[in-house]
Design a protein around this ligand. Structure first.
Ligand code: HSE
Length: 315
């Protein structure tokens, strides 16, 4: 049997929601798992890149063996029902930019898990899948929207379960992804964060997080402008994303822009705006980065409301 799963990209944090806010986006990886017929062939993992992308270098760094995050996720699922995976061919078709802050690792974890779960006859429910995916990823903010779609608020509880609720993103608010031509691995971007933060900064983020939820629920632009700020991760990561401060500064006086934040751990930047002035936003970002010799792709995309989908099943 061969199962394919299409998994959306995700953007996490979205300003104040460090490790707890995430949103699915319409860029996808496809993960296929098939049982190989020959016993003793073990696990084979192949990663194929999108022919239009420049992900060649990144792919060289993706482990293709038992150290792979896909393998770990699949192994945890098999172990949870007292089995060990063997004789599997796993293929990843990668269209989500790698190491750019769009949940490419969450997508392969989720795709591997869902495909393996289908292959095994669905022993794991959504709660179990979320818990395993978060255990491998380390935080729930990318894997949760990758599984359930949309804009999602999530938390990892002490017993390893993930609690989540979906929020309705206002259609009037545009999401522009600004993707620079260099990579930033999440573990490097997490290594610059302090172990402890000042109480005033924690209060600042708690205030913005409350504002964010209320702003989304009531489509309150004024509140959203206040909400899209952060003191828990962005100030520390600023040095890893040259030009982020300048782009923020150059967009500050654009009436249509509600906020400018790091996408996940960066290096990509997310701009939330009203429907007008997209051309202006695109040119401000491109020009600001071009000044620093950074090439960038700038895309305005809607929220992907659907999570991972099983797209092919051959018996
Ligand atoms: N919340 C995570 C971080 C997202 O900011 O490190 C990146 O995967």
């Amino acid at each position: 049997m061969k199962i394919s799963v299409k998994v959306p990209a995700t953007t996490a944090n979205i300003g104040p929601g460090f490790d707890c806010l995430g949103m699915a986006l319409p860029l996808y990886n496809t993960i296929t798992i098939e049982e190989t017929v020959l016993p003793g062939t073990g696990i084979e993992i192949n990663v194929m890149q999108d022919s239009d992308s420049d992900n060649v270098l990144s792919l060289e760094h993706i482990p293709m063996d038992e150290n792979s995050i896909i393998y770990k996720a699949v192994e945890l699922l098999y172990n949870s029902i007292g089995q060990t995976p063997s004789e599997l061919k796993i293929t990843v078709h990668s269209h989500i930019p790698i190491a750019r802050g769009f949940g490419s690792s969450a997508a392969v974890i989720v795709g591997g898990l869902l495909a393996a779960n289908e292959l095994l006859g669905r022993p794991a429910d959504e709660v179990a899948l979320l818990s395993i995916a978060t255990e491998v990823e380390g935080h729930p903010d990318n894997v949760t929207p990758a599984i359930v779609g949309g804009l999602v608020l999530s938390s990892l509880e002490d017993d390893g379960t993930v609690i989540y609720r979906k929020l309705d993103w206002p259609d009037e608010w545009q999401i522009t992804l600004c993707i620079p031509d260099y990579e930033l691995a999440t573990d490097i971007a997490r290594s610059v964060l302090p172990k402890e933060v000042p109480m005033a900064d924690a209060i600042f983020n708690a205030q913005r997080m409350g504002m964010f939820v209320q702003a989304v629920n009531t489509k309150d632009e004024e509140l959203m402008r206040l909400a899209l700020h952060d003191k828990l991760h962005q100030p520390y990561r600023m040095k890893l994303v040259p030009g982020f401060d300048k782009i923020m500064e150059n967009l500050k006086h654009e009436e249509s822009v509600l906020g400018c934040v790091l996408s996940g751990a960066g290096p990509s930047i997310l701009i939330i705006s009203k429907k007008n002035a997209l051309d202006k936003i695109h040119s401000i970002v491109k020009e600001t980065w071009a000044y620093l010799n950074v090439k960038a792709e700038v895309l305005t995309l809607p929220v992907e409301k659907q999570g991972a989908q099983i797209i092919k099943q051959d018996n």
